[in-house]
Design a protein around this ligand. Structure first.
Ligand code: IPD
Ligand code: CA
Ligand code: CA
Length: 256
């Protein structure tokens, strides 16, 4: 099953590499776009997963419905995470396929075709990058580079985002913003960076990567410390085990 899902993510990733002309449509909010390629890739992934696992249900960004996550197997798919990067030729986007079993992540595959970076995990079996085991960094915040997303389509979150960012920056080494939340979380899992946060994401942004990070020994919750919401989406704080608590406390102090 894992190898077949990896092959599907890689086949989808090749479409990103081979596509140069896209037609872009605006969605709700600032900077929220979909291309004909997002839709094509999602259709391909659905068709392949349906062949592989006919009984499973699907949640995907390009036909998003916030129904209850059904019991049993449910694939959660972001055909292109990093659409803005993809449109601009920034070459930092990925395909993300998560599998929930009764609402909890059981398998995750995130594939960046530009770097040929394949991140994957199965519950209880560890996390891997291109076949090598992953371990999140054990550095404290003072030795950390921190990734963040702005939820740019929801400007009501801007002030909060930049207040937390300022509080973190004062204690960390430096900041980065990449435009792909799924890759950001995988970068925390692989200790390329040590913290990621964003005040609103959707389940397809983090379903697969959350399991990869947990299996790599990292922590991932909402920014208030609550478990992730795989139904409605919500905030995300992802970090190595020794920086997570410090950022959580900074975020809690902001809301006092
Ligand atoms: C977006 C990316 C981005 C994050 C946005 C997401 P999309 O997903 O993950 O990094 O900041 O909040 O919506 O639209 O490129 O699939
Ligand atoms: Ca996304
Ligand atoms: Ca997307």
């Amino acid at each position: 099953m894992l190898n077949k899902i990896i092959a599907i993510a890689q086949e989808a990733g090749r479409i990103l590499l081979d596509t140069s002309q896209v037609s872009v449509t605006a969605k709700d909010g600032v900077g929220n776009f979909v291309t004909d390629c997002d839709v094509r890739v999602q259709k391909l992934i659905y068709a392949r997963l349906r062949e592989l696992c006919p009984g499973a249900s699907f949640i995907g960004e390009e036909d998003a419905r916030h129904d209850a996550v059904p019991a049993g197997a449910c694939f959660v798919v972001d055909p292109i995470d990093g659409t803005q990067n993809f449109i601009n030729g920034y070459r930092h986007s990925c395909v993300s396929i998560g599998l929930l079993q009764d609402g909890s992540p059981k398998l995750g595959v995130v594939y960046d075709p530009y770097q040929d970076d394949l991140f994957y995990a199965q519950r209880g079996k560890g996390a891997f990058w291109n076949g090598h085991p992953l371990r999140a960094s054990e550095k404290p915040l003072s030795q950390s580079v921190v990734l963040f997303g702005t939820s740019s389509y929801d400007r009501a979150l801007t002030d909060l985002t930049f207040r937390l960012l300022r509080a973190i920056f004062d204690q960390a080494l430096d900041l980065r913003s990449s435009g792909s939340a799924a890759l950001d979380i995988c970068y925390v899992a692989s200790a390329r960076c040590n913290v990621f946060f964003e005040y609103h994401l959707e389940p397809w942004d983090y379903c697969a990567a959350a399991l990869i990070l947990e299996e790599a020994g990292g922590r991932i919750t909402q920014i208030g410390g609550q478990p992730l919401d795989f139904l409605q989406g919500g905030s995300v704080l992802a970090a190595g085990p020794y920086s997570y608590g410090t950022v959580l406390e900074l975020a809690q102090n902001l809301s006092k």
